[in-house]
Design a protein around this ligand. Structure first.
Ligand code: SF4
Length: 423
């Protein structure tokens, strides 16, 4: 039985109890949230080595970091280092988005090393496998795709992105309205191309019950992907994006009816004036399902700083109700991230998540800021390190501020406002 099926029977599972203890809420609140579909617990029945990850309404906003090889960079050791860096920086989950090398082996190595929930995008592996067989991606069969999804479930993947809402109707809506940047999701683009070349419906939409059977067997959370998400703020909130969201809402209801836990993925690039509306629409159309946002980036023109851009959008999205933030690194749109990029990306997303938690009234969030302010008033430098989101960086900067003492720090010297205020 899945967590959802057990929750409906009134069972308080160990996963619910552990999640409740971490979140500072009652196990009953977690159970009821799962029944309502507003909370999911990510932990595949074959991945018991990790802490269960609860995501959703009333819980701390979570952060995901993406890692993974590409055709041009197949260094597994480096990707495993990124995994460690992401977890050490505070990522709640990691997605292995590898597209280069032996993807099954890479996934297994990532899972063996991870103490946090792992997500994947199975269509990548199905596509790479098809190319290795010297075939075009359009020759991939539905059985190839479902076979890889089954393999992911069996290996213990905790959540998978599946672009089930990319169907004839939503793709036609994108084409009819036109876009500056077209389809930017890798999985969405592969799916739309496959449909066009084969003149067929998306197998993940057409055979959705087959997908639900697999997900239910392993209690693998479905993250219904936004394959038609806008990749430019000019394309945001258009007919294709909203058509897909409506379809995802329908599919989320079917997943729950089948006992499968489900969350929804969201944009993408969105102007700041539309971020809140996007969250409200998702919550309404998807019956309160947890919302996993990819940014959003409220401007397109800051490559090199997209971790900051996405933190701005993520804070607003989180404050409006988004539950799970996918990090964006400074390398976004430019190249594979380095270890430093991964760390910067996780920290930026954690700042956004904490700002969202203050707005949501998550227990302990506001109090943490008060603690920091009190430490500042008392010139309690060690207390400031401990209260900070990034103690390592705070401590390192403090060490360079040689005069940080009961008189203030090097910033203002004799004009320290806090010291003068005390006098
Ligand atoms: S010197 Fe300036 S920055 Fe440093 S503690 Fe005093 S007021 Fe704050």
């Amino acid at each position: 039985m899945t967590q959802l099926e057990k929750a409906r029977k009134g069972v308080l599972t160990e996963e619910m109890k552990q999640s409740a203890a971490r979140e500072g809420v009652s196990p009953e609140a977690i159970r009821q949230g799962i029944v309502d579909g507003t909370i999911v617990i990510c932990r595949n029945i074959n991945h018991t080595a990790i802490e269960p990850l609860a995501i959703g309404l009333g819980l701390r906003t979570k952060v995901n970091a993406n890692i993974g090889t590409s055709r041009d960079n197949q260094d597994l050791k480096l990707e495993l280092e990124k995994l460690s860096v992401a977890i050490a920086a505070g990522a709640d989950a990691v997605m292995d988005l590898s597209t280069g090398g032996n993807l099954a082996d890479i996934r297994k190595a990532v899972m063996a090393k991870s103490g946090v929930a792992i997500g994947t995008v199975p269509i990548y592996q199905a596509a790479v496998k098809t190319l290795e067989e010297k075939k075009a991606i359009s020759e991939m069969t539905p059985d190839d795709l479902f076979g890889v999804i089954e393999e992911n479930g069996r290996d213990g993947v905790d959540f998978i992105t599946v672009h089930c809402g990319v169907n004839r109707e939503s793709v036609a809506a994108v084409e009819a309205q036109g876009r500056v940047l077209g389809i930017v999701s890798r999985g969405g683009s592969m799916t739309a191309n496959w449909m066009r070349c084969n003149d067929r419906e998306n197998p993940l939409y057409e055979e959705y019950d087959r997908l639900l059977d697999i997900a239910r067997r392993y209690d693998m959370v479905l993250s219904l992907g936004d394959g038609l998400r806008p990749g430019a703020i000019h394309d945001a909130t258009d007919q294709g994006q909203l058509m897909e969201l409506i379809i995802l809402g329908q599919l989320a209801a079917r997943a729950r009816a089948a006992g499968v836990q489900v969350m929804i993925e969201g944009p993408g690039h969105v102007p700041i004036t539309e971020v809140e509306a996007n969250i409200k629409l998702q919550k309404k159309l998807c019956q309160g399902a947890p919302f996993y946002v990819l940014g959003p980036l409220p401007t397109d023109i800051a490559p090199g700083y997209d971790h900051i851009t996405s933190a701005i959008g993520g804070a607003i999205a989180g404050a409006a109700g988004a539950d799970f933030l996918c990090y964006v690194t400074p390398a976004e749109h430019l190249r594979l991230p380095t270890l430093a990029d991964v760390r910067d990306g996780v920290m930026a997303a954690r700042i956004a998540a904490h700002i969202a938690d203050i707005a949501k009234g998550i227990p302990g969030a506001f109090e943490r800021d008060r603690k920091m302010s009190e430490c500042r008033r008392k010139f309690d430098w060690q207390g400031q390190v401990e209260a900070s989101l990034d103690p390592d960086k705070t401590s390192a900067l403090l060490e360079k501020s040689k005069s940080a003492n009961e008189e203030g720090c090097t910033m203002c010297g004799e004009f320290c406002a806090i010291r003068l205020g005390k006098k």
